[in-house]
Write a protein that binds this ligand. Structure first.
Ligand SMILES: *[C@@H]1O[C@H](CO)[C@@H](O)[C@H](O)[C@H]1NC(C)=O
Ligand SMILES: *[C@@H]1O[C@H](CO)[C@@H](O)[C@H](O)[C@H]1NC(C)=O
Length: 284
């Protein structure tokens, strides 16, 4: 006889299979919740939320020494002034290295800006801001950070929007500490939207951002230092020659997107930097 127990068992099996992600790499395998209210919809999708009491965050279990980190993100809809959604790599602490994607939130109807930054030894001040050519709150899009011995590239879907080359030999700091992958949703109304003038409208709370794609996509560096030889090895695809520079079609897309969608570049902010930082010339 097919009992109700069998039926429940079949449902359980279906549910378990459904939650598994092809190629492995579910949320619990590679990530852990570190702050606030994170709803696990299944092993392939989580939702961060923020209300007046707290924001929320999750981070990778491993630290990394190189990799190609790609997160699929759908931002909170409607009025998100002051609400920052972030996806970044950081080594934490006062002298941290960090590579950031920060969505700065917007008053309803205005385009959302993306801010990118690169820190070395606690020093950032390398902001570049972009608007997007789509509404990032209606669908998932892939935001990628490539980090290898040659360059850091910020990708939006397949399009490179920013490059930060390894110019250590010219004295330019380059992230080289083990970094954790973090995603967070938090109150940045003091600075994020219109330079901090547009505050959060709490009648839209709770704010919710969805995340997908939790595969393990870097070289593990869980000790204190990066094993440069291991994490720079071409056994990892992201260290191979085609990831050492942009391809021809990527270069075309890169130039096009920067000409049309870049809204701020520290390299051309004469007020902050009367003499542009060294890397600005070298990254050309
Ligand atoms: C917040 O949003 C609500 C709903 O759209 C609106 O009625 C209200 O005026 C807004 N508050 C502020 C301070 O803008
Ligand atoms: C460039 O070409 C490669 C190979 O055909 C493709 O995978 C990639 O998506 C292209 N990139 C852009 C930005 O069009």
């Amino acid at each position: 006889m097919f009992s109700i127990l069998d039926f429940v068992l079949v449902l359980l099996v279906i549910a378990t299979v459904d939650a598994s992600v092809p190629g492995g790499g579910g949320f619990d395998e590679n990530y852990v919740v570190t702050w606030g209210n994170v709803l696990k919809l299944n092993q392939g999708e989580v939702q961060l939320s923020m209300d007046k009491s707290a924001g929320s965050a999750f981070e990778s279990k491993h630290k990394f020494g190189s990799g190609f980190f790609q997160m699929r993100i759908k931002l909170p809809p409607k009025d998100t002034a002051g609400v920052v959604t972030a996806f970044y790599l950081t080594s934490k602490g006062d002298t941290h290295d960090e590579v950031d994607f920060e969505f700065l939130g917007n008053r309803d109807g205005k385009p959302i800006q993306i801010q990118t930054n690169v820190f070395n030894n606690g020093q950032g001040n390398r902001e570049q801001k972009f608007v997007l050519w789509f509404d990032p709150s209606t669908d998932f899009h892939t935001y990628g950070i490539l980090w290898n011995p040659y360059q850091i590239v910020f990708y939006v879907d397949k399009i490179p929007i920013r490059i930060f080359k390894n110019n250590k030999k010219y004295g330019v700091g380059y992230p080289s500490k083990p970094m954790t992958v973090i995603a967070s949703l938090w109150n940045g109304e003091g600075w994020a939207t219109d330079g901090g003038k547009a505050k959060i409208n709490w009648s839209y709370a709770p704010f919710k951002a969805n995340f997908q794609s939790f595969s393990d996509s870097g070289c593990h560096a869980d000790g204190g230092n990066i094993n440069a030889e291991a994490c720079g090895s071409t056994t990892y695809y992201w260290n191979t020659i085609q990831y050492s520079r942009l391809s021809a079609n990527e270069t075309t897309a890169f130039k096009n997107v920067r000409a049309k969608y870049m809204k701020y570049d520290y390299c051309s902010d004469k007020r902050r930097f009367p003499v542009p930082p060294t890397e600005c010339r070298l990254n050309q």
